[in-house]
Design a protein around this ligand. Structure first.
Ligand SMILES: [Zn+2]
Length: 227
């Protein structure tokens, strides 16, 4: 389990100063017909992330809150098109090739499987994690009939670290994922949260001011504009 680096903590402090990350309010957890949450399943940070959301929901509603939980490594970063956290590793490509071999157990496949083109095809399939995740969110909204979606990203995140993302690249992928949800899930109320586990062990959940984040990234980084 990696701790939050000094560099990333310094960036997160800048986000707070720019009021991109704000204290959560009771109304941020007001869900009329329940909520679909999409977050990272990080076993070290998830209990605090989920516990905080549930606790705040309970404060708003005496009944048990309806929280429909979906997770994927990297949380909402996964939802961005060509997200850096969806870059397949060599092991993932090998696994897809093994699966394809089971589907086509013929000599032709044994030959094709060794070709570079086939590895590219397997890599292309592995990159489609965003489509599968977006579809799971769509299904959750339909199945549960709830129109509140809470997206989460967090730091430090093992998936982001594994792909070499710094804090600003992480925020950039997060906001691209959010923009995609706006486009795909018209009429759904989308809130973005950010969970931080500081190096001193303190864990905090913040509300993300999305437009402020997009503006700040445009003014303070060289990352491509978020459209
Ligand atoms: Zn994570």
């Amino acid at each position: 389990m990696a701790d939050l680096s000094e560099k990333d903590e310094a960036e997160i402090l800048k986000w707070k100063e720019a009021r991109i990350l704000q204290k959560v309010a009771q109304e941020d957890f007001l869900h009329k017909n329940g909520v679909v949450i999409f977050s990272c399943p990080d076993g070290h940070r998830f209990p605090d992330l989920y516990g905080k959301h549930e606790e705040e929901c309970r404060c708003n509603d005496e009944k048990a809150p309806m929280i429909h939980m979906l997770t994927d490594h990297g949380g909402a970063l996964v939802l961005a098109e060509n997200s850096p956290v969806n870059r397949p590793t060599e092991q993932m490509v090998d696994m897809f090739l093994t699966l394809l071999e089971r589907i086509f157990p013929c000599l032709l496949w044994q030959i094709l499987g060794k070709m570079r083109l086939t590895r590219r095809l397997a890599a292309w399939i592995a990159r489609r994690a965003d489509i599968f995740a977006l579809w799971r969110i769509r299904m959750a909204i339909l199945v549960k009939g709830c129109w509140d979606l809470s997206l989460y990203a967090h730091a430090p995140c093992g998936a982001a670290n594994a792909h070499g993302l710094g804090a600003n690249e992480l925020l950039h992928a997060y906001m691209r994922g959010w923009r995609r949800c706006i486009y795909l899930f018209a009429g759904v109320r989308i809130r973005c949260f950010f969970h931080v586990c500081y190096a001193n062990g303190k864990q905090r959940t913040y509300l993300v001011k999305k437009n402020a984040a997009v503006r700040w990234l445009g003014q303070n980084t060289h990352l491509p504009p978020i459209l």
